[in-house]
Design a protein around this ligand. Structure first.
Ligand code: CA
Length: 235
C-alpha cells in the first residue's frame, strides 16, 4: 500500500519477561534502538496489554510465573492476530522450538542472547511482516490496513488503542449497515473479558473524534446501534 511506505512509524514492542534485570536490559536496549517498548512479567499482564494496545512485535519468554508463555502465542493466533513473535527462552530442546513454531511463533532465540542479535532478529521479523501485502479498505479519506491493524487518515497513522481499532474495523467492514452494541461487544471480547454497553459508547465516542475530517462518520441509530457511512461526494 503506497501510503504505508511513506509513513515513518514508531514500532511498538511488547517484552514479556519475568527476569526483571534481563527484561529491563532488553527494554532499554530496544528503546535505544528507537522502538517504543512495554515490559510485562507474566502472561496475564501480556494478554491485558495486547487487548488494550496495538503492538508491532512481541519478545516472549516461555518460563513465566503464572502460565506458560506459549499461551500468549495461542491466544494471539486464535484471535487472528499475525504480529510477529520472537520467543526468548533458556530452554533449547528441539521439541520446544518445534512446539513454538507450530503454535505460530516466528523466530526463536535461546538465552543468553546478545542485545545486538535481539535487535537484528526483531528488525528482520518486522520487515518480513510489514512487507507482506496488506489488505486495506478505504472509506472517505480513511484507510484501514486490516492485516497490520492500523488506520490512516490521509496517509497519517491514527493513534488507536486495540479496542478502538476493533470498533473501527468492525464498523468499516459492516459499513452502511446498522451494527448493534451487542455485536460490537462480541467482536471486541473474543476471549475472557467483559465489556459494558457504556464502554462501547466511550470507544465509539473516541473513534468518532479520531476519524473526524476523514469524510467517514459514525452515525448513532437511536435504539439500534451505529452505522459507519461515507456521505455522498466525499470520495
Ligand atoms: Ca522466565
Amino acid at each position: 500500500m503506497r501510503v504505508l511506505a511513506d509513513v515513518k512509524l514508531t514500532m511498538r514492542i511488547l517484552v514479556v519477561e519475568d527476569d526483571e534485570t534481563l527484561g529491563r536490559a532488553m527494554a532499554q536496549s530496544l528503546t535505544h534502538g528507537g522502538y517504543a517498548t512495554d515490559l510485562v512479567g507474566n502472561v496475564a499482564d501480556a494478554l491485558h496489554a495486547l487487548s488494550v494496545e496495538n503492538f508491532d512485535a512481541i519478545v516472549l519468554d516461555l518460563g513465566l510465573p503464572d502460565r506458560d508463555g506459549y499461551e500468549v502465542v495461542r491466544n494471539l493466533r486464535r484471535r487472528g492476530l499475525s504480529l510477529p513473535v520472537l520467543i526468548l527462552t533458556a530452554r533449547d530442546a528441539v521439541e520446544d522450538r518445534v512446539q513454538g513454531l507450530d503454535l505460530g511463533a516466528d523466530d526463536y532465540v535461546v538465552k543468553p542472547i546478545a542485545m545486538a542479535e535481539l535487535q537484528a532478529r526483531l528488525r528482520a521479523l518486522i520487515r518480513r511482516s510489514s512487507g507482506a501485502s496488506s489488505p486495506s479498505c478505504r472509506i472517505g479519506l480513511l484507510e484501514l490496513d486490516t492485516l497490520g491493524k492500523r488506520a490512516y487518515l490521509e496517509g497519517q497513522p491514527l493513534d488507536l488503542s486495540a479496542r478502538e481499532w476493533g470498533v473501527l474495523e468492525y464498523l468499516a467492514t459492516h459499513s452502511r449497515r446498522i451494527v448493534s452494541k451487542e455485536q460490537l461487544i462480541q467482536a471486541l471480547t473474543a476471549w475472557d473479558q467483559e465489556l459494558s454497553a457504556n464502554a462501547i459508547e466511550a470507544y465509539v465516542h473516541r473513534v468518532r473524534g479520531k476519524i473526524e475530517g476523514s469524510g467517514a462518520i459514525i452515525r448513532t441509530v437511536r435504539g439500534l446501534g451505529y452505522m459507519l457511512e461515507e456521505p455522498d461526494g466525499t470520495r
